[in-house]
Design a protein around this ligand. Sequence first.
Ligand code: 13P
Ligand code: SF4
Length: 309
Amino acid sequence: MVDNLLSRIEELKRRKGAVILAHYYTLPEVQAVADFLGDSLALSIEAQKVEARTILFAGVHFMAETAKVLCPDKKVLIPVPEASCSLADGCEAEAFRRFRARYPGHTVVSYVNTSVEIKAQTDVCCTSSNALKVVESIPAEQPILFAPDRNLGAYVQKLTGRTNMVLWDGACHVHEEFSLEKLLALREEHPAAEVVAHPECRAYITAVADFVGSTAAILDYCGRSDAQEFIVVTEAGILAEMQRRYPRKRFIPAPPDDDTCGCNNCVYMKMVTLERIAACLENESPEVVIDEQVRRAAERSIRRMIEIG
Ligand code: 13P
Ligand code: SF4
């Protein structure tokens, strides 16, 4: 069954002249059909280099939107348009406009985990890979409004010592759920293991981590560290890539507060299945469509981020 779908997708990609970009958090079988696999920054950069006329984005909605903003002449297909993100959902355009109005003169920095309407109201975007660099590129005396992830914002604030940063009160349903108590117990069981965590986790988790970084930064760190075991405090989909890259090392997923909820998995990323990808390629639909004025405004803030690095 899976083999049939895999070969059907390969055939459809050839016939439709399409490439598949996928995020590391997608299901392992979805990662297997990707032409390019990456974190959100790498995927935004890769989207611009794609020569094919059609991009199928295996990931959540805001990621496909970012690809469309950067490649307006390409057809960007989104197999599961309802695959959203807790951060993007928790930052609605009108509420954000009202929030901004309370802080005139602030430079607006938004995490890419937002809708295109938020990016259009943003001065410069960031991802978890470059949030620190983006904030440091803004003069120290210039106040910042950072949205929507309060944990990433607080982490950057701690590293920069910046007090002139206002944070939107948003969080990710996966990264907020990790239990400190269970993490410490797991570390006792594996004393040689290093703890690696995503900056979307709460401050009490990042405070005990040996390394904090974006998906790509965590992957690189696990390669260069001498440790042979890692407790991974981020979305569990990344474990497939870790094991592929470093087959001799051991990766242990950190438990969420409620062990039965499976909530170290992003429910939205896991909605993207091979069946939906095949149907989307076959029908060349659903496709991402963005109002041109909004797209241009959003493009400015994304390109500014890419220039910073
Ligand atoms: P990355 O920027 O590390 O890819 O993270 C995206 C994301 O959605 C984290 O939950
Ligand atoms: Fe959004 Fe969290 Fe899923 Fe990342 S893991 S896409 S931040 S809901």
